[in-house]
Structures are given as C-alpha cells and as structure tokens.
Design a protein around this ligand. Structure first.
Ligand code: CMP
Length: 140
C-alpha cells in the first residue's frame, strides 16, 4: 500500500554529520522525500510527539536529549514504507539492531539511537501533522 511516514534524524546523528548518509539510504531504497527541514524542537512539541512515553523512567532524558540540538524532520512516501523504514532503522535497542540497519551501523545506546520513525499509519499521520503544515509536503 502507498503510504507516508515521518522520519527524524535525532540530535546525536545531526551532530555527527549523518543526515546525508541517512537520507541516502531511503533514497537508494527507492522511497520519495516529500518534505524535510532542519529545526530545533520546543519542549511542548517533544512532549506532544512522545506523549505515550510520559511518566516512563527515560522520559526526562528523552525530552532533554531531543531539545539539545537540531533535528532533521522528514516526510517520506513509498510502498509499505512504514514497515520497511522500521526494518531499515532496526530495533530501538541498538544491542538488538543488526549490522546493515541504521541503528546497527551507527548507534550503541538506546537513548542516543540516531533516528525516529513512525510505528503505524495512525502515528505517521499524527506525527506528520505535528511537525509539518500540509503546504510543506511537495507533490511530485
Ligand atoms: P524512539 O523510537 O524515538 O521512541 C522513544 C525513544 O525513547 C526511543 O526511540 C529511545 O531513543 C528512547 N528510549 C530511551 N530508553 C528507552 C527504553 N528503555 N525503551 C524505549 N525507548 C527508550
């Protein structure tokens, strides 16, 4: 099914100069970039984005990490992209992410895990709406 997903290069990966490498993986796979922007995110936006994790032990660190420097937020489109992008990212825990996946190749720590990707169609549409105005998505 043709789908859109929200992907975000996290502050650790922006700092390490990995934006281009990460974009290249999704381009080479055959997916289409519809929108992308370098931005700093407010506490309010992180809290909305990660509302489901509020109250968890790692939540405070997650919020301070995500607001510690710029992120690169993107919308991508492709066949079954939500599931395939998650395979390409690898599991949240870098100890379980195989080499060849983004986290397997570039991350060692759960709380500095390089990239975020939507986990379902509902999350994708919610997250795209939080970070982008409809007019920012290019139809091409
Ligand atoms: P992400 O897919 O962006 O969603 C929530 C983030 O919280 C997750 O990636 C991790 O970066 C971070 N996190 C830190 N500790 C944990 C944990 N124990 N379980 C799940 N997520 C965690």
């Amino acid at each position: 099914m043709m789908e859109k997903t929200f992907l975000m290069v996290k502050p650790d990966a922006v700092q390490r100069g990995l934006i281009g490498t990460i974009i290249a993986r999704f381009e080479s796979k055959g997916f289409k970039l519809l929108a992308g922007k370098l931005m700093t995110i407010s506490d309010t936006l992180v809290q909305k984005h990660y509302a489901e994790h509020q109250g968890k032990p790692f939540y405070a660190d997650l919020v301070s990490f995500m607001t510690s420097g710029p992120v690169f937020a993107m919308v991508w489109e492709g066949e079954d992209i939500i599931q395939i992008a998650r395979l390409m990212m690898g599991p949240t825990d870098p100890k379980k992410a195989l080499p060849g996946t983004i986290r397997g190749d570039f991350a060692t720590r759960m709380n500095r895990n390089v990239i975020h990707g939507s986990d379902s169609a509902e999350s994708a549409s919610r997250e795209i709406g939080l970070f982008f105005d409809n007019s920012e998505l290019i139809d091409w």
